[in-house]
Design a protein around this ligand. Structure first.
Ligand code: HEC
Length: 150
């Protein structure tokens, strides 16, 4: 009887853990580099808290209102510009995959360079991208001066 209840308990434990495990795997599964994962795991959580309401968990954005980060020419073109936008927000017309977007994105004054580094590392190593670690000192240097064309 004791053995049986232990089995049931273990069964419950694994079944309640497995959705989390497979969720974690999603797009972190393509990452094999341990240093990249060290940034991307907290980065995924920050992304889901600060960005996914608008850009969606899967990075595809929302119709003509919110541009995609996944398979997006604008996003791939310039990491410096993306980090600038994450911190300071963005308004005015931009062209993403041939579609015009023109809605204000709010700034994130409370995200520190390390937070931004983790989010950027997560995003730039998801959905087929493989940019490696984008670390906090690099983020700090990007935040010192605006990107070339913006
Ligand atoms: C309130 C909704 C909202 C939130 C939250 C938000 N964004 Fe945005 N984001 C937008 C909108 C709208 C634009 C397009 C701005 C424009 O039209 O000029 C945009 C544009 C961008 C762009 C440039 C366009 C592109 O497709 O590459 C990047 C990069 C970006 N956001 C990343 C992020 C990240 C990372 C976060 C979280 C830290 C975030 N955004 C949070 C709404 C949001």
């Amino acid at each position: 009887m004791r053995f049986l209840s232990t089995l049931i308990f273990l069964g419950l434990l694994t079944s309640s853990c497995s959705p989390k495990a497979s969720n974690l795997e999603n797009n972190l599964a393509q990452i094999s580099d341990a240093k990249v994962l060290q940034f991307a795991i907290p980065g995924k959580e920050l992304y889901e808290n600060y960005c996914a309401n608008c850009h969606q968990k899967d990075g595809r954005g929302l119709g003509k209102l919110i541009p995609p980060l996944r398979d997006a020419d604008y996003f791939k073109a310039d990491i410096h510009r993306s980090i600038w936008i994450m911190k300071y927000g963005q308004e005015g017309e931009i062209l993403v995959n041939g579609q015009v977007y023109n809605q204000a994105m709010p700034a994130n004054p409370n995200l520190r360079p390390l937070d931004l580094a983790q989010i950027a590392t997560y995003l730039y190593n998801s959905w087929g991208m493989k940019e490696g670690v984008i670390d906090a000192p690099l983020v700090e240097s990007y935040l010192k001066s605006p990107p070339a064309e913006n």
